[in-house]
Design a protein around this ligand. Structure first.
Ligand code: PHE
Length: 528
């Protein structure tokens, strides 16, 4: 039921069987929250930008990109879960709504306009529904590179030149835990093209720069939220943990101890050299990071629900000002929640909830033979729902950085990990649930399982389509298999609540009825 061609801000795109982007998502494109004056996302962006003087900012890059930009240029393997239609919005086989700002790394390196850059933008991911997840959010990407030739001309080693720059970064006095070595042959390898000295110097520059930024943010948040003397005394703590991304090695995440929990704040690492080589800047080396702006803004202002960023209600918008110091958001009255359950049987061929994402669209006649091949099945994989994220407490938006995370699960205990991030196999990142070790990375792309698989993100999307921002969260409350027929039953609890008014009974009943019938129409489930 998608049009054959769609137009977005004057550009047209032919759609094909990969198209899965609803109008409601396309409608978010013109909003550009990160550019709206006095919007909390803008204020957060500017606060971060202020810690990177001299870095060139790119804040108007168009969100529709090629799979080449979003995945291939970054070394994502063909079977990476991030490429699946259950996780990513496609317009056609080669065209997606960017899932991260890293989609612009290669192009920005190729333009070679500055040693450092920052890219802020809206990014899009199919995902669960709750107070910290929204299918459109904002990220900032940052990178800093150095030119080997430049070091030669100065008569310095590259490592010396980088260390000179480390000395220019402002000092802070926050406690940093960094228990791991700067690189580790198995867990977090250095790249063949980089010496240990160079990697250490870049790692030091990366860590000092990002610590400076994060300390600035959290001190601002602290002064906005501290109410009693007790919390004032709790000193800020940060720590570095090893991470995995297909496009950096070694890689790290930075975590901050905030109100009793360690929170992932950003993903980062040494840029995979093949990216720079292919971008025609083989003499450059450097680091990159990605940070989710909603999560930071939610912490800064104590904003309790990610939908609020999209609100046009002056009771929300009037509370933020670029001129004034950051003050805690004062929630306007909370309107009543209305919970309704929907239970259904999956089609008998369907896999369990979160059955691994299908990388391919429905089998086409041409692709049909592959379906018969004894390719690895993924039906009992744990949920891949927004594999990229950690599991934030509801009061905090996700890191929203992170096509990341744990190194690719080795196929056997003896298998060596990839030598560079570029050769990594599919990895499911820091996931809402612990990294699903069972997700296999077949050597060939997965079979076209789409037509028979059930994915929770499809339920989420239907809920978004029917309810817009009137749905607060959608949770699986029950799941079982019929002992005789083997059919699976799922029960989801929908929490209907507006941030701006009280919903009437009639209204929620109508929403729920529409939701039920769309589940049948789109997913072929049988209501119970
Ligand atoms: N793009 C990554 C994400 O969205 C974050 C990242 C950026 C990690 C740059 C490393 C370097 O998950």
């Amino acid at each position: 039921a998608f049009p054959k061609e769609i137009k977005v801000e004057g550009k047209s795109y032919k759609t094909d069987e990969w198209m899965n982007t609803p109008d409601s998502i396309l409608a978010a494109i013109p909003r550009r929250l990160h550019l709206q004056p006095n919007h909390p996302i803008t204020i957060t962006r500017k606060l971060i930008e202020s810690r990177f003087p001299g870095y060139k900012t790119h804040n108007e890059l168009f969100p529709i990109v090629t799979t080449g930009q979003n995945f291939d240029s970054l070394g994502f393997p063909l079977d990476h879960i991030g490429r699946s239609r259950t996780d990513t919005y496609y317009l056609n086989k080669d065209t997606v709504l960017r899932t991260h700002t890293s989609a612009h790394q290669a192009d920005t390196f190729r333009n070679n306009e500055s040693e450092g850059y920052l890219i802020s933008a809206d990014v899009y991911r199919r995902d669960a529904i709750d107070r910290s997840h929204y299918p459109v959010f904002h990220q900032m990407e940052g990178a800093r590179t150095w030119d080997r030739q430049h070091a030669d001309r100065e008569g310095k080693t590259l490592a010396q030149m980088i260390w000179d720059d480390v000395d220019k970064i402002p000092k802070h006095d926050v406690a940093v835990e960094d228990p791991n070595p700067p690189f580790h042959a198995e867990r977090n390898p250095l790249q063949a093209t980089h010496s240990p000295e160079e990697t250490e110097a870049m790692a030091a520059h990366l860590k000092r720069s990002l610590e400076d930024m994060v300390v600035t943010i959290f001190n601002a948040a602290k002064s906005a939220t501290d109410t009693d003397a007790a919390s004032e005394n709790e000193p800020l703590k940060v720590r570095w943990v090893e991470a995995y991304f297909p496009f950096t090695s070694p890689s790290w995440e930075l975590e901050v101890f905030w109100q009793g929990d360690w929170l992932e704040v950003l993903g980062s690492g040494i840029v995979s050299q093949p990216i720079l080589n292919k971008a025609s800047v083989p003499d450059r080396v450097g680091w990159a990071f990605g940070i989710g702006l909603e999560r930071i803004a939610m912490l800064l202002y104590s904003i309790p629900d990610i939908r609020l960023f999209w609100s046009k209600d002056t009771r929300f918008l009037s509370q933020f000002s670029e001129e004034k110091p950051i003050r805690r958001f004062v929630p306007f009255s909370k309107y009543p929640a209305c919970f309704k359950d929907v239970s259904f049987w999956l089609r008998s061929s369907s896999s369990a909830a979160g059955g691994a994402a299908a990388i391919h669209p429905p089998a086409t006649p041409a692709a049909a033979p592959a379906a018969a091949a004894p390719a690895p099945t993924t039906t009992d994989s744990p949920t891949s729902t927004q594999t990229q994220f950690s599991d934030p407490p509801p009061d905090h938006a996700r890191l929203a950085a992170t096509h990341s995370a744990s190194p690719p699960p080795p196929s056997s205990a003896a298998a060596p990990p990839p030598t560079t991030g570029m050769s990594g196999t599919a990895s499911n990142a820091t996931s809402p649930t612990p990294p699903p070790a069972a997700v296999t990375a077949p050597a060939t792309p997965m079979p076209p399982a789409w037509s028979s698989s059930f994915h929770e993100n499809d339920v989420m999307e239907i809920a978004r389509e029917v309810c817009g921002d009137l749905v607060e969260d959608v949770r699986l409350t029950d799941e079982f298999m019929h002992p005789k027929t083997g059919r699976r039953s799922m029960c989801y609890r929908i929490n209907y609540r507006s941030l701006e008014r009280t919903l009437t009974n009639e209204e929620t009943n109508q929403l729920h009825e529409r939701l039920r019938s769309l589940l049948v129409d789109r997913l072929g489930v049988e209501l119970r």
